[in-house]
Each structure stands twice: as structure tokens, then as C-alpha cells.
Design a binder for this molecule. Structure first.
Ligand code: FNR
Length: 344
């Protein structure tokens, strides 16, 4: 019988599917590339290998943090890790807080390593956990990196959520004590420059800006409330594109990861043009797995990989890192954001 915490994990899965909207937007349509008619390149010469700081990725996008902690979540993690292995994708775990409270649930997370023994796996935990728990989360998965999620909006809307958000000192402790890369990660509300600056000042080198426009935890947690009164927060935060613009002045010093509302290969390529070093995809992969199954999800991911190569060919870019030199056009709305926020 699943515990109350496990029940919440199952609700996150079913509600993210209920609210999945393939037309939601993270503002990618507000930017476009300038087309050049002489690419002078052949598709075979293009490589998708890339480096996220010290982590070598065979594919520039990966399966972002979702689940673990219940029977259903364990089964999904088994399937997700097999998909990751088949497609050469890194994969991030859902929050392992539940496994630290109740070690019986650890296997549902460990599936990510069990069925994907040689892949890149990221552990995941909340920002209020002591160093000891961060180390446990890494050990459960023999993880290559640790994601620490910062999710104030989700907690506020979550009926049983935390109301204390003193995280900076604790994050600094974990960064100093742990010997795998630490990725500080939002959960779909985006980041601003000052957040990134503060994180940089305490030694953080990897940041996932996880922006608005895809999975929306206001919708998910508000649905779980008895009185559904916090729905007015469902447009809160910066979109993924706005967050990447906020992060732009840091992209040479900090490994910026994009996630939130990625819907196709062109969105992924645009993230690299905006300075990202890797791209995380959560909702669309879960949606495809639940709706269409493992085989079709593998096909979808392979199409995205092929799509990235096709776009890089048109752009004349041999390597992922070449994409950041591409010129972009912003629409008036986004240009207005850039002006008001003093983004250079
Ligand atoms: C999430 N996400 C998430 N993030 C995190 O750091 N820890 C977690 O436990 C979870 N749990 C979770 C469950 C489910 C069902 C979903 C769909 C998502 C957030 C996720 O990693 C990502 O930041 C956002 O979902 C935005 O990306 P997408 O879904 O728009 O691609």
C-alpha cells in the first residue's frame, strides 16, 4: 500500500498528464534565426557530443527530473531509464526526499541506475536537506551529478508545502561538501539575473533555469487543494526564453541548463543559441510514454535528435557550441522584456 507521500508522487504523474498542453508556450516562437543560403556543410560532419561543464553528453538534451517513491513511479523510472540508455540520453531523478525518509522506496529511484548502468544519472533533492542527505541521494543512484531543486512557488501552492525558504547558506554547504557537480534547479518558474548572481557568489557552477511554459506546478498543486483558490498564480514566473536571456551575461562562467516547455528540436537548438550548455525535457517525454508507450517515445526522441542535426546543417554549425554564435531576431514583445530588464 502506497504511503501518503507516495500518493503525492502518483498524483504529480496523473496531474501533469491531465494538464499537459502541447500548445503551451515558453516563448520560443518569439525568437528566430537569420537564414543564410550557403551553409557549406554536410550533415555527416555534424556532432551532437557536447560538454556540460565536466560532464560529457552524447546527446545535448536529457530526461529531466520527474519521479520515484511509489510503485507506479518505480515502473516509470524503469521505462525512462531504458529509453535513456537506448537513446544515449542522460537522465535526472525525481526528488529523493521520500527515499531518505522511507528507505523502502529507494529502489524506485535506483531503477534509474539498475536499467541504465553506464549512463549519466543526476540525483535530485530539495534545498533544505543537510549535506548528509545530499550524499545519500547521490549514493542511491551512484549519480554523476546532484540537482538541488528550488521550488518556492510549488511549495506555497502545495497544501502540505513548506513555508520556510532560507536556502542560500544550506546550498553553499552542500556545494562545498559534495564531490560531484551540483546543479541548482527551478521547477518551471524560471530565474532572474539576481538569483543567478547570488548562486554564483556562493560557488554554484551549474544552474537549470527551468522556466515557465511547460509543466505548471501551480495547476498541479492547486488541483490538489480543497479550495482551489491559488489558481491566479498560474502565469507566475519567467518563461524559459526570458530566463535564458536573464542568464545570458553569465553563460561563459556558469553552465546554464534550459528546461521548461521544450516541444521540439528547434526549441532545443534555440536554447543553445541563447547560451545553454544542455537542455532538460520532462513533461513531453512522460506524456509520450504514458500515451504512446516506450517504442514510440524512443522514436520521438530519435526524431528530435535527427531534427537537431537537420537544423544545425541549415545553420552551418558543426558542433553544438557553434550555435551560440548564431544571430537571433527577437519579436517586439521579447525586445520589450530585454529593454525593461536591461539585458545586454
Ligand atoms: C517534475 N519536476 C521535478 N523537478 C525536480 O527538480 N524534482 C522533482 O521531483 C520533480 N518532479 C516532477 C514530476 C513531474 C511529473 C513532472 C512533469 C515534473 C519538474 C521538471 O524537472 C521540470 O523542471 C519542469 O517540469 C519543466 O519542464 P517540462 O516538464 O516543461 O519539460
Amino acid at each position: 500500500m502506497d504511503s501518503q507521500h507516495s500518493q503525492r508522487k502518483n498524483e504529480h504523474i496523473s496531474l501533469s498528464e491531465k494538464f499537459y498542453n502541447e500548445y503551451s508556450t515558453a516563448d520560443f516562437e518569439k525568437i528566430r534565426f537569420i537564414h543564410h543560403s550557403l551553409p557549406e556543410i554536410s550533415a555527416q560532419s555534424i556532432s551532437m557530443d557536447t560538454k556540460l561543464g565536466n560532464i560529457e553528453l552524447k546527446c545535448p538534451f536529457y530526461i529531466e527530473a520527474m519521479t520515484g517513491g511509489s510503485k507506479l513511479a518505480g515502473e516509470l523510472n524503469e521505462k525512462l531509464s531504458k529509453i535513456a540508455q537506448e537513446c544515449n540520453l542522460a537522465i535526472a531523478s525525481g526528488s529523493e526526499s521520500i527515499a531518505i525518509k522511507d528507505y523502502k522506496t529507494a529502489n524506485s529511484f535506483a531503477n534509474l541506475r539498475k536499467y541504465n548502468p553506464n549512463g549519466i544519472v543526476f540525483a535530485n533533492i530539495g534545498a533544505n536537506h543537510p549535506v548528509e542527505n545530499a550524499k545519500k541521494a547521490i549514493d542511491i543512484l551512484n549519480a554523476d551529478a546532484l540537482e538541488i531543486h528550488i521550488n518556492a512557488v510549488q511549495e506555497i501552492v502545495m497544501p502540505e508545502g513548506s513555508r520556510n525558504f532560507h536556502w542560500i547558506e544550506n546550498i553553499a554547504k552542500i556545494v562545498n561538501a559534495v564531490n560531484v557537480p551540483i546543479i541548482i534547479k527551478e521547477v518551471g518558474f524560471g530565474m532572474d539575473k539576481s538569483t543567478i548572481k547570488t548562486l554564483q557568489e556562493i560557488g554554484v557552477k551549474y544552474i537549470n533555469i527551468s522556466g515557465r511554459g511547460g509543466t505548471n506546478f501551480v495547476n498541479i498543486e492547486n488541483f490538489r487543494r480543497k479550495n482551489k483558490e491559488l489558481n491566479y498564480l498560474n502565469g507566475w514566473g519567467q518563461s524559459t526564453v526570458e530566463s535564458l536571456l536573464e542568464a545570458y551575461e553569465y553563460h561563459n562562467e556558469i553552465n546554464i541548463i534550459a528546461s521548461g516547455g521544450i516541444r521540439n528540436a528547434l526549441d532545443i537548438v534555440k536554447c543553445f543559441a541563447l547560451g545553454a550548455k544542455a537542455v532538460g525535457v520532462a513533461g513531453p517525454i512522460l506524456h509520450s510514454l504514458i500515451k504512446n508507450g516506450e517504442t514510440e517515445t524512443i522514436e520521438m526522441i530519435k526524431e528530435w535528435q535527427q531534427g537537431i542535426i537537420s537544423i544545425m546543417t541549415i545553420l552551418g554549425c558543426k558542433k553544438i557550441e557553434d550555435l551560440k554564435n548564431q544571430k537571433l531576431l527577437l519579436d517586439l514583445n521579447l525586445q520589450n522584456y530585454v529593454n525593461q530588464r536591461n539585458i545586454k
